[in-house]
Write a protein that binds this ligand. Structure first.
Ligand code: ZN
Ligand code: ZN
Length: 138
């Protein structure tokens, strides 16, 4: 009895994680846990924000997704684990991908200066998005 229950629980947890990952991978807006929770609730009405958050942490720990920190109170999550650059709007807070090639020369330079063995780097541009920029000139 106990065993069946725990197996059900594991199955439910695996299913929750799968749906959370699927929903995140559909998005390009780099949502916070709370924003993703609002979407996931449509498929899993009983899922809590804590569960969504825990699963996102777990998925980012194992490299399935990325956790992004733009100095905002809440971290954002990216369903695309491949390294890429980001740009962050300082007016509305949106985060977009910057589809330009990575610059491994930055890692060589950092390695020479710091004597670290560099394993990667993140670049986040900041500015004003076209939407906010357009509003300003109206
Ligand atoms: Zn904006
Ligand atoms: Zn991204």
């Amino acid at each position: 009895m106990m065993q069946t229950e725990s197996r059900h629980k594991i199955l439910r947890q695996t299913n929750q994680r799968k749906i959370i990952l699927e929903e995140l991978q559909c998005l390009t807006c780099h949502p916070t846990a709370a924003a993703l929770h609002d979407l996931v609730k449509k498929r899993l009405p009983r899922v809590s924000l804590g569960t969504v958050y825990r699963n996102l942490e777990l998925l980012s720990d194992c490299g399935t997704i990325q956790k992004l920190d733009f100095g905002e109170p809440h971290k954002r999550f990216d369903g695309n684990p491949t390294p890429h650059y980001h740009v962050n709007c300082q007016q509305c807070g949106r985060v977009d991908d910057v589809p330009m090639p990575l610059h491994p020369i930055l890692e060589d330079e950092a390695s020479i200066i710091t004597h670290y063995q560099i394993s990667g780097h993140h670049v986040a541009f900041s500015g004003v998005c076209p939407h906010c920029h357009g509003k300003k000139s109206d």
